[in-house]
Design a binder for this molecule. Structure first.
Ligand code: NDP
Ligand code: KPL
Length: 335
């Protein structure tokens, strides 16, 4: 087992689920720790981290070392981040404390990740950095794009109460090196996760998977927050589905302008969205919890990369304006 110390930084919905599964399958074989905060951290410390799998009647609980200060943990063999994209810059230095010479960092993210252009051979913009995704270049400096393994999650999850994570389906995670290589590290991480009962697929073109997933997250995530609707309600509304389809078309066009093969058609992506069912998107979960919203990686970057590639994104621009104002009002104290 190449991973003796594994830290999940941001053990919320998806990170918490992965931490619980790894801790339960590895037992004493490895030290699984989590970085969390607030009431969630307090509950993990006092009652353990609980996971309710889709279809299960009761959660199971695991005991993991839990802290809000990564400096308390030793250097890790593997770090998995479950932070939202807009929370990463603030955590960059903390993640840096966990890294040894060869530590790899799996970043579970929706949307365009800060490392997107690292070793990208198709866009003509290799190594381009975006301040809006990586404030002050902190992620580039403290983590380093060469450590990253990209991760696209096809798994619905929610922190149902402090200390407890609930999965909404039996999903899977797509993992890929930014370079597209199938490295030994990638194979080892695949084996680790599969051994814990986590569905994994490897991709040699992770950016294609990012764009296919983003066709949905750029459209139905902000719209679900704007309308406070479950996925099933959005997809039952023909006028909304029509707007979602328009955003999907824009996202696909931007991805293709950057050299991605976005294999999925708008109709196929809409069909995938119809299968999700009565689920609160991660953006709606944050809105309802009064938290700031993950807007830039999901919507803002579609508009920015649309500008970079001269690809029109009018519907995404409208949604960006609306959801940005919603975010401002949501985080503002009541007047
Ligand atoms: N949830 C889902 O169904 C899906 C999510 N995704 C994507 O996966 C990624 C992770 O999402 P999700 O699992 O929902 O995220 P969550 O918001 O559930 O989890 C993030 C956790 O990290 C914590 N956190 C943030 N910053 C810090 C910090 N500096 N120190 C300690 N803890 C911190 C948050 O605390 P706090 O709550 O206090 O901010 C929260 O508990 C996102 O990009 C999302 O879009 C993809 C597919 C499905
Ligand atoms: C696919 C979906 C809607 C799963 O919940 C998601 O990616 C999200 O909530 O961000």
């Amino acid at each position: 087992m190449p991973f003796k110390n594994i830290c999940i930084f941001g053990a919320g919905a998806l990170g918490g689920a992965i931490a619980a599964k790894l801790a339960s399958s590895l037992g004493a074989e490895a030290a699984v720790s989590v970085v969390a905060r607030g009431a969630h951290l307090a509950a993990i410390r006092s009652e353990g981290l609980r996971l309710l799998e889709a279809g299960a009647e009761a959660p199971f609980a695991v005991t993991v070392a839990a802290t809000d200060d990564p400096r308390e943990l030793p250097p890790q063999d593997l770090v998995i981040t479950g932070l939202k994209g807009h929370q990463l810059s603030a955590a960059a230095e903390g993640i840096g404390h966990l890294l040894g010479d060869s530590t790899r960092v799996v970043m579970i993210l929706n949307g365009i990740p800060w490392w997107y252009f690292h070793r990208d051979q198709n866009s003509g913009h290799a190594e381009l950095q975006f301040e809006e995704l990586d404030e002050g270049g902190k992620l580039w400096r403290f983590v380093g794009p060469q450590r990253v393994i990209g991760c696209v999650a096809h798994q619905g999850a929610e922190v149902s109460k402090p200390g407890e994570v609930r999965l909404s389906n039996k999903g899977h995670f797509i993992l890929g090196e930014p370079s597209g290589e199938t490295t030994a590290d990638l194979r080892d991480i695949e084996a680790l996760l599969q051994g814990a009962g986590i569905g994994v697929k490897l991709s040699s073109r992770i950016r294609d998977d990012i764009w296919s997933k983003l066709m949905g997250n750029a459209s139905f995530n902000p719209i679900s927050a704007l309308t406070r609707s479950l996925m099933s309600d959005l997809m039952a509304d023909a006028a909304i589905t029509d707007q979602i389809g328009k955003v999907m078309k824009e996202v696909k066009a931007v991805g293709e302008a950057l050299g991605a093969n976005v294999g999925m058609s708008v109709e196929q992506r809409l069909e995938q969205a119809r299968q999700i069912g009565p689920v609160r998107t991660s953006t709606l979960q944050d809105l309802l919890a009064g938290k700031s919203l993950e807007i830039t990686p999901l919507v803002g970057m579609v508009v920015s990369l649309g500008r970079l590639t001269a690809t029109p994104t009018p519907v995404s621009e409208t949604i960006l304006a609306l959801v940005s104002q919603l975010d401002l009002q949501n985080c503002r104290p009541a007047r």
